[in-house]
Design a binder for this molecule. Structure first.
Ligand code: IVH
Length: 686
């Protein structure tokens, strides 16, 4: 029997006047919807409808307190503040886990396990994610949530039951008619990235301090003495372990334990699998590493556990960590260092970005010496000063950023950042229009070498003309020596000139020339994007290329015609027309064409392919495709990908952890497909 059945399907609503039956029904409905949302990842109703039902139950219970039950979802809004947290002694200690970083650490772990088990065979391991949150113990007595405690020092934690009751994904009652007499469910409380962003937005709006990362936000929310605040904080929970268990047999394997949890309505992360041997572990790690940026929550590694419980028992523990488990950690994405200076950088559009010069520090396996502070307001809001100790983050390919300062380490002589009044590169005034967050150098491309360099680097970048070997240092030299002023000048460079530059030789110069030659065969979309027109990103460039088909059609377009292009509004249209009206830009375009840059011109209008006119919205994590891959495939078939669901959406493609977009699709009756469904649509006309 599937677990959906335990909660029952929708049942007919009793008469609102029959209070006992009505409150009973409301509780069942609310619990069913919450379970569908948090555990099955299949939302059944829109949030607003849930809230309506919730309020009705709240009012009923207020008017008739005798109808209240211990597992009522209304208990989740948070009661009165506590004077302090009570101490809770864990019946079974909450241990920590040993860490490994390198492949060798993982192979050594596997070797120790095999030796400990005297096994000649490869071991089965349960692999899961290492969530970056807080460990928690949930005690259910006769199936009802009785107590929740933090890990504390492992032996004694804090009683956070009142707060945990507000976490909607944690069941207040286990979904079974035959619960164990007592079970300690262990797992991690965490905050999803999107909820974290929303929380920080709220903090900003309220003029309150932001949280540095989701982990701190989760910790701060859980250790709130006022549960009503916790109730507003969207915490989540994933189970990954067990403490004491009375009155039921322990499953034979860790993977079976997690399946049992899922059947009981306890959320378990879907990103898990059972693998064999050290190679299986390393393959799991590599796979998660690739998908990590797309996960809706932060993880700091993966965790391997010997799957069979009898084998776990044989292996036992050393000091405070089990021999049967290992955390395989990613290099830390955050580090603490000091701000030595704050300087400004001028971008290709003249935007002035404050950048912190840092004492070198290793973050995510790379040495970082600069980190962006985004803009003047950010510097003030985060209150970052020269001399401060700061937390720096670098996630994946993302530019390192200063996340927060460490107030207790501020030196007495810390200095505030002052926005310069003149561009440090060209001396033109720096202006900041009212209502805008960004200050700009007023010099423009002709006067400001920084803007010129920025524009040239954009032109050669991978998603634009994709000219390999033309990196920052080379472009710097070319601009400084006056060899290149506009992108067309790149194509006039000769072998001798290039080979004479610093750090260049015959061979590298040849490579650059070959890359320049190769870049001449391109697409209209790339060419438009490479021009660096303000507000014209990659997707707008694609829309323009698809709509006009030929460059001359775009060059001749009126504002009216421009507005007919998908996704182009008045601001973007005016920006494009302004760019094209400048004779220097016209000349640049002609010079580039004369240099031999070409593409296949198509007939105007979107290519007629079978998904033309269809709009897709992607949500959640797909099992094999990355989001950009799915998007590229849809676009190649003539379809479009939009960011939000509306009545005009043709399909929502939903993966794991799909959230509000899926709910919206169901609300609007938009068809929902999974990855397999998408592949079908891509293959053949419907
Ligand atoms: S198992 C006996 N599994 O990492 C093993 N821990 O250092 C007990 N954590 O405090 C822990 N994800 O907060 C386990 N999938 C996972 C985990 C996980 C995150 C945290 C947990 C614990 C720490 C262990």
């Amino acid at each position: 029997m599937g677990q959906q059945d335990l909660f029952g399907g929708p049942s007919p609503a009793p008469d609102p006047g029959d209070f006992p039956a009505r409150s009973d029904w409301l509780r069942r409905e609310l619990n069913r919807h919450a379970h569908a949302y948090y555990v099955l990842d299949q939302p059944t109703i829109p949030d607003a409808e849930y809230d309506l039902l919730f309020r009705e139950l709240q009012q009923l219970e207020e008017a008739h307190p005798e109808l209240q039950t211990p597992d009522s979802p209304t208990g989740r809004v948070g009661g009165a503040p506590l004077p302090e947290f009570a101490q809770v002694r864990h019946d079974v200690p909450m241990l920590s886990i040993n860490n490994g970083f390198a492949d060798d650490d993982i192979r050594a772990f596997d070797r120790r396990v095999r030796e400990g088990l005297e096994s000649l065979h490869d071991i089965d391991y349960a692999c899961e994610l290492k969530f970056d949150g807080l460990a928690i113990n949930l005690r259910y007595v006769d199936g009802v949530l009785q107590q929740a405690a933090t890990r504390g020092d492992g032996s004694t934690g804090e009683d956070v039951t009142a707060n945990i009751r507000t976490v909607r994904s944690i069941p207040l009652r286990l979904q079974t008619a035959t619960p164990p007499a007592l079970i300690d469910v262990r797992g991690e409380v965490l905050m999803f990235k999107a909820d974290f962003a929303r929380l920080n937005q709220r903090q900003r709006d309220a003029g309150q301090k932001e949280f540095a990362n989701p982990r701190n936000a989760a910790a701060g929310s859980l250790r709130q003495l006022d549960p009503r605040i916790t109730a507003q904080r969207s915490l989540r929970f994933f189970a990954y372990g067990i403490g004491r268990l009375d009155g039921a047999p322990l499953p034979a394997s860790h993977s079976a334990l997690l399946e049992w949890y899922r059947a009981l309505g306890v959320p378990v992360c879907a990103e898990r699998s059972v693998v064999r041997g050290a190679d299986g572990l390393l393959a799991f790690f590599a796979d998660v590493g690739v998908r990590r940026p797309g996960l809706p929550y932060d993880i700091d590694g993966v965790v391997y556990k010997v799957d069979r419980i009898d084998q776990q028992r044989t292996l036992g523990f050393v000091s405070r960590a089990p021999r049967f488990a290992l955390a395989h950690k990613f290099p830390a994405e955050e580090a603490t260092t000091t701000v030595q200076d704050i300087v400004v950088q001028i971008g290709r559009t003249g935007a002035v970005t404050p950048v912190a010069r840092l004492a070198p520090v290793s973050v995510g396996g790379v040495t970082v010496t600069n980190a962006t502070l985004h803009n003047e307001d950010e510097v003030r809001r985060k209150d970052i000063r020269i001399g401060d100790s700061v937390i720096v983050r670098r996630a994946g390919d993302v530019i390192p950023e200063v996340v927060a300062n460490v107030p207790e380490r501020r030196p007495a002589d810390a200095r505030e950042f002052v926005m310069p009044v003149a561009c440090p590169v060209c001396g033109s005034p720096i202006v900041r229009p009212e209502e805008e967050a960004v200050a700009r150098c007023s010099g423009g491309w002709l006067q400001c070498a920084a803007q010129r360099k920025g524009g040239l680097l954009h032109f050669v970048s991978r998603r634009a003309m994709d000219i390999e070997g033309l990196g920052e240092q080379l472009v710097d030299q070319l601009v400084e020596r006056g060899l290149v002023a506009t992108p067309a000048d790149f194509y006039k460079l000769g072998l001798v000139t290039l080979a004479e530059l610093d750090r260049m030789a015959q061979k590298s110069a040849q490579n650059v020339l070959a890359a320049l030659q190769q870049s001449k065969a391109t697409t209209l979309a790339r060419f438009i994007y490479a021009l660096g027109i303000r507000h014209v990103g990659e997707s707008t460039a694609k829309s323009l290329a698809g709509h006009f088909g030929k460059l001359d059609a775009l060059l001749a377009a009126s504002e009216e015609q421009m507005l007919e292009v998908d996704d182009i509004g008045p601001v973007v249209a005016r920006s494009i027309l302004g760019f094209l009206a400048d004779p220097l830009n016209r000349e640049l375009i002609e010079q580039l064409r004369a240099a031999g840059i070409h593409w296949e011109e198509s007939e105007p209008g979107p290519r007629v392919t079978h998904l033309a006119g269809k709009t897709f919205v992607l949500t959640g994590t797909l099992p094999t495709l990355r989001r950009d891959e799915a998007q590229a495939m849809i676009e190649a078939a003539g379809g479009k990908v939009a960011g939000s669901v509306s009545k005009k959406t043709s399909y929502v493609v939903a993966g794991e952890e799909a959230g509000s977009k899926l709910a919206k699709a169901e609300e609007l009756g938009v068809p929902v497909v999974d990855e397999a469904g998408l592949m079908k649509l891509l293959e053949s006309p419907e």
